[in-house]
Design a protein. Structure first.
Length: 465
């Protein structure tokens, strides 16, 4: 994930306006004391100026309350001083006040007000605020989601050399958000952020090497960048390094080493690491098999929205592994994963509808979810959808479509081709050579990238004409 909001921790920015010489001296003395971590002296210098209305001193005092520097931690007091400075146009204070509204620290969380303050600071050219405003647009937090606007603000910030924005801009290019997908440009921006030691950009650059996006695939290079990021404690890089060990890519395969890295990421709260750690416990890979421990980690990942963990937690409930069997709970978690586009969750949810487990039996509901899973290339969903077409459950019975789907599943999942082959051979006895040819042509169209649903629906429509 590329989005990052950045809290600026520098003590003093350039002075606003033209203060009197004694004010200038006092601010400079406060700056010097702060730089030496002599917070009591800094406080002594800043407080009179802040009370007197100096916006930069107010901002600095707000920061000292935020970070408990020479005073007790007090977010409400911090917000008070940030607001005083922000209302006088201090861009850094405006940015900090926006962050307080995002976090709900010292004020009730209010994303819309955060956007207002970020915008005021961003329009003054503050790179930190420009990045933060871009993040709000990317997430649709406090403002309508708008990737083009996110890209605009990230670009302005990145052009000033701000590493977080450079990483975020790389993320936009890598995912085609607000601009045509361009892996080469993504790598360029990640590299600029990496040159500044940005941990998440190091992870992201590793991912590009691991997948051959914008650079030649190079698993050893991927491991190198993941390692650099984990040295900074990056949880996502810990997870990705674990994946490399689990699969023996760029390193010798080592399940125990994979578990070590998953655990580090999971204990930092990374949802992907938690899901992966659940999987190794469920399957006894690098650890003693333990369904209860698997459920624990699946749940932590699932509750953070990890679709794979949601699907796996659903499976544990459906089968009574590590928890009491509960079909309704299984459906709940399958649905959450399915709605995020997880193909296995979509397929499993379809199975629950076919069998009436946790939901009333509903073949049309099953068709809906099998279609979505099948469109993503899940061979089980393709076989199951074929079974419904063969029998006319939830759809008009059509053996040509069934044959095409079985054939597609055979191509997609060669390891289990025997399952599809038996069904193909059975149907072949009841179809003419012309219909078998039509089924094959349909299979070819459905197999084209991103054409599964269009090809299937067009064929169905042609039958009605």
């Amino acid at each position: 994930m590329g989005i990052q909001l950045q809290a600026v921790t520098q003590a003093i920015s350039s002075l606003w306006g033209s203060p009197a010489p004694n004010i200038d001296v006092a601010l400079a003395e406060g700056q010097a004391a702060y730089d030496k971590q002599d917070f009591l002296t800094a406080l002594e210098k800043f407080r009179p100026l802040a009370v007197g209305g100096n916006p930069e001193a107010q901002r600095c005092l707000g920061m000292m309350y935020e970070y408990a520097q020479g005073v007790a931690l007090n977010h409400v007091e911090s917000v008070k001083w940030y607001r005083m400075a922000a209302e006088q146009g201090n861009a850094r204070a405006q940015n900090k006040l926006g962050l307080k509204y995002v976090a709900g620290e010292g004020v009730a969380r209010d994303a819309a007000l955060a956007v207002t303050w970020f915008r005021l600071a961003a329009e003054q050219g503050l790179a930190f605020a420009q990045n933060n405003l871009g993040a709000m647009y990317e997430k649709g937090d406090g403002v309508a989601q708008d990737y083009a606007q996110a890209l605009h603000w990230y670009q302005l910030s990145a052009d000033q050399g701000y590493a977080n924005a450079q990483n975020n801009l790389g993320w936009m290019y890598a995912n085609g958000h607000g601009i045509e997908q361009d892996y080469v440009q993504a790598v360029r921006w990640y590299c600029l952020a990496v040159a500044q030691g940005h941990a998440l950009a190091q992870n992201n650059l590793g991912w590009m090497y691991a997948n051959g996006h914008g650079v030649p695939m190079d698993h050893q290079e991927a491991v190198k960048w993941y390692r650099m990021a984990v040295e900074q404690g990056d949880a996502l890089a810990q997870t990705n390094l674990g994946v490399m060990y689990a699969n023996g890519r760029g390193v010798s395969q080592d399940d125990k080493e994979a578990v070590q890295w998953y655990r580090l990421g999971a204990e930092q709260g990374n949802a992907f690491a938690q899901g992966n750690l659940g999987w190794v416990y469920a399957n006894g890979r690098g650890v003693e098999q333990d369904d209860i421990e698997a459920v624990k980690w699946y749940r932590l990942g699932a509750e953070q929205g990890n679709a794979t963990a949601q699907r796996n937690l659903g499976w544990m409930y459906a089968n009574g592994h590590g928890v009491a069997q509960d079909y309704e709970e299984a459906v709940k978690w399958y649905r959450l994963g399915a709605e995020q586009g997880n193909a296995l969750a979509q397929t499993n949810l379809g199975v629950m509808y076919v069998n009436g487990r946790g939901v009333p039996q509903d073949y049309e509901g099953a068709v809906k979810w099998y279609r979505l899973g099948a469109a993503q290339g899940n061979a089980t969903a393709q076989r199951n959808l074929a079974w419904l077409y063969e029998r006319g459950y939830g759809v008009l019975r059509n053996k040509v479509i069934a044959y095409a789907l079985y054939e597609l599943a055979e191509v997609v999942d060669a390891a289990h081709a025997d399952k599809a082959s038996a069904n193909i051979n059975r149907l072949a006895d009841s179809l003419s050579s012309a219909k078998i040819e039509a089924a094959h042509c349909l299979m070819v169209e459905m197999a084209k990238p991103n054409q599964f649903l269009d090809a299937l629906d067009q064929y169905v429509d042609s039958l009605a004409r």
